[in-house]
Design a protein around this ligand. Structure first.
Ligand code: FAD
Length: 180
């Protein structure tokens, strides 16, 4: 996988990386594999401290305190990718044509090759081998994807998502109509 430009503030290869900083396959700190708070902990803390004030005056601040025009970190990229994948699965046909099935398979199998976070990509490649995607219809595909996302959640120590609520989260919205 190609990775990362390394900023001047990143440690040189001989230095021990700070906690949470991910080293890429080239042995260098991998910026797109690392959460911004671990890439530049001091800058991130300072930003968080001023976030309340900053958001009052700068509408271009994102929810993680970075300027909205900054490149994504591993978390922002992940959220955007999951949003795209779950939403695409939620609107996939119940009875896909063979062309739609083939294209969905291409999309999913391209991720381990192209996804910029290299360790995320290689985990996904392993899980695709063990659990081949079921592209035979919308419901099974959404469920399959939910399980793959839950594997990542588990690996990161996060709560599992209830896969019965996949349509509610990504297509229909909650029964209280708050998203209508
Ligand atoms: C293929 C892939 C592999 C990744 N691998 C890694 C990795 O190895 N290391 C790493 O640090 N980060 C990885 N990430 C990023 C990570 O999964 C998160 O996106 C990131 O940590 C931000 O997490 P979050 O808590 O904001 O919510 P996310 O996990 O991004 O989830 C976004 C929203 O999806 C919903 N959701 C959560 N779980 C499910 C589910 N199972 N099914 C349906 N909806 C759900 C929730 O409403 C949640 O708010 C990966 C991302 C992708 C797309």
């Amino acid at each position: 996988m190609g990775n990362t430009s390394v900023s001047d503030s990143a440690p040189r290869p001989s230095q021990k990386p700070p906690p949470g900083m991910v080293i890429g396959p080239d042995g260098k700190p991998c910026k797109i594999c690392t959460a911004f708070r671990n890439w530049k902990p001091k800058a991130s803390t300072a930003s968080m401290a001023t976030l309340a004030t900053a958001t009052d005056f700068h509408s271009d601040r994102g929810p993680d305190s970075r300027l909205a025009h900054c490149p994504p970190d591993v978390e922002q990229l992940g959220r955007a990718t999951w949003t795209f994948l779950h939403t695409t699965a939620a609107y996939y046909p119940d009875h896909p044509t063979s062309r739609q099935r083939a294209n969905m398979l291409n999309l999913l199998h391209s991720l381990p090759v192209l996804y910029p976070c290299s360790h995320c990509a290689s985990h996904l490649g392993e899980t695709l081998k063990i659990n081949p995607p079921d592209v035979s219809g919308r419901v099974v595909l959404s469920h399959w994807l939910c399980e793959r996302h839950n594997e990542v959640n588990e690996r990161l120590g996060k709560d599992k998502f209830d896969c019965a609520k996949t349509d509610e989260r990504w297509k229909d919205g909650p029964p209280d109509s708050s998203c209508d």
